[in-house]
Design a protein around this ligand. Structure first.
Ligand SMILES: NC(=O)c1ccc[n+]([C@@H]2O[C@H](COP(=O)([O-])OP(=O)(O)OC[C@H]3O[C@@H](n4cnc5c(N)ncnc54)[C@H](O)[C@@H]3O)[C@@H](O)[C@H]2O)c1
Length: 353
């Protein structure tokens, strides 16, 4: 059996402090016989020294481009624009299989170099269930920001924090008024996170999932003052909120937090806005009268980099310890080849399969 050589890369996005493997789990990989190389990274929440103490070799940021060809490069988010040809197997969220902008260009780089994308979004068990995901903390933060906004306590710009500090701001203070809240997609990962954040804030939300939206009671939805959308839509459904609902004088909804952020997609259940909000400006007023504020941040878990990395890494570790040709990684590779075919990207014979 060949030894896995895993190469943890630096993230190019400067606000990305998360990591897919934390030092504690790096130690397990090394103990299991994996060779682990870790790039220095100024913003990663865990310093390189902790990986070194776990048995990893430390190398400069971005040096994966000259890593041995058999190294598997591990990251979370986008690669830099260079090199044009990608010769390695890369594990990260490629966001390239739903015809996103730049998808074909990325796949072409892999095809040109004979490398492959093992997309973390498509690392699934034999039932198709995701094996490692950040959803819980996305929902937790989506609900937490909605509570803070609704109570007039959200300050911008947002900055990464830890759960203890965040929870202190969530605890109900004297003078905080009761409000009604709704979590849609409540049975999923992010829905669970949202429910727990509401509980921390002393709010008992209404919880809806597929059964409750099948015959949507939009009036009941609009009667909630705060709504957090956590659905993972796979087929188009009637929108939960429409433009005309925003103009409805009877609407009680004041704060809308969209964790799903499917803006622009045909599957979008909240087609009432056209762009996400940012850490610098997390809230956008959609209507003045009655007021409605939107929060739609698409990188929520990065606001709790330590907790979200710990959870993600714990889920990914067993898969890395069993990095085999078939199984979940085989399915990832099949999905990569399928995406190349769908986008008309011709792969060279890489002899990798
Ligand atoms: N904003 C962010 O930073 C961020 C981060 C991670 C994930 N996400 C997104 O959050 C969404 C949810 O992710 P997840 O990991 O919680 O998914 P999940 O699959 O664990 O849960 C989704 C839930 O939505 C429910 N659902 C689907 N369609 C529904 C409908 N029409 N009505 C009611 N419920 C419905 C499902 O039954 C399920 O319980 C995804 O779109 C994901 O991409 C956003």
């Amino acid at each position: 059996m060949t030894t896995l050589h895993l190469w943890l890369r630096h993230e190019v996005r400067s606000t990305e402090r998360r990591t897919p493997i934390v030092p504690h789990d790096a130690r397990r990989l090394v103990a299991d016989g994996a060779e682990l190389t870790v790039e220095e990274s100024p913003q990663r929440i865990f310093p390189a020294e902790e990986y070194e103490a776990a048995g990893a070799r430390i190398v400069p940021a971005g040096s994966w481009v000259s890593a041995p060809r058999d190294a598997v490069v591990l990251g979370l988010k986008e690669l830099p624009d260079e090199p044009a040809e990608l010769i390695h197997r890369h594990i990260f969220f490629g966001h390239a299989y739903k015809r996103q902008p730049g998808a074909a260009d990325l796949l072409r780089r892999f095809a040109a170099g004979g490398g492959a994308l093992l997309d973390l979004e498509y690392l699934v068990d034999d039932q198709g269930r995701r094996l490692a995901a950040f959803g819980f903390w996305a929902g937790y933060l989506g609900a937490a920001l909605a509570v803070l906004q609704h109570r007039g306590r959200l300050t911008a710009p947002l900055r990464p924090t830890d759960k203890g500090e965040l929870d202190e701001t969530l605890v109900r203070a004297p003078g905080d008024e009761d409000f009604t809240a709704l979590v849609v997609g409540a049975l999923g990962r992010s829905g669970r996170g949202a429910r727990i954040a509401f509980t921390t804030a002393g709010v008992d939300p209404t919880c809806w999932d597929l059964a409750e939206t099948r015959d949507l009671d939009r009036r009941a939805l609009l009667d909630h003052e705060v709504m957090v959308n956590c659905v993972l839509a796979t087929t188009p459904v009637p929108p939960f909120v429409r433009d005309e609902d925003l103009d409805d004088p009877a609407r009680r909804l004041r704060t809308l937090s969209d964790v799903t952020c499917d803006v622009g997609s045909p599957l979008n259940v909240l087609p009432v806005y056209d762009r996400t909000t940012e850490w610098t400006d997390p809230v956008r007023r959609l209507r003045k009268e009655p007021p409605l504020d939107l929060i739609a941040i698409d990188n929520l878990p990065s606001l709790l980099p330590r907790e979200s990395s710990d959870d993600f890494s714990a889920a990914l570790l067993p898969q890395l310890l069993d990095f085999a040709v078939g199984g979940p990684w085989g399915r990832c590779l099949d999905r990569f080849h399928q995406a190349c075919r769908e986008l008309g990207v011709t792969e060279e014979e890489s002899g990798r399969d």
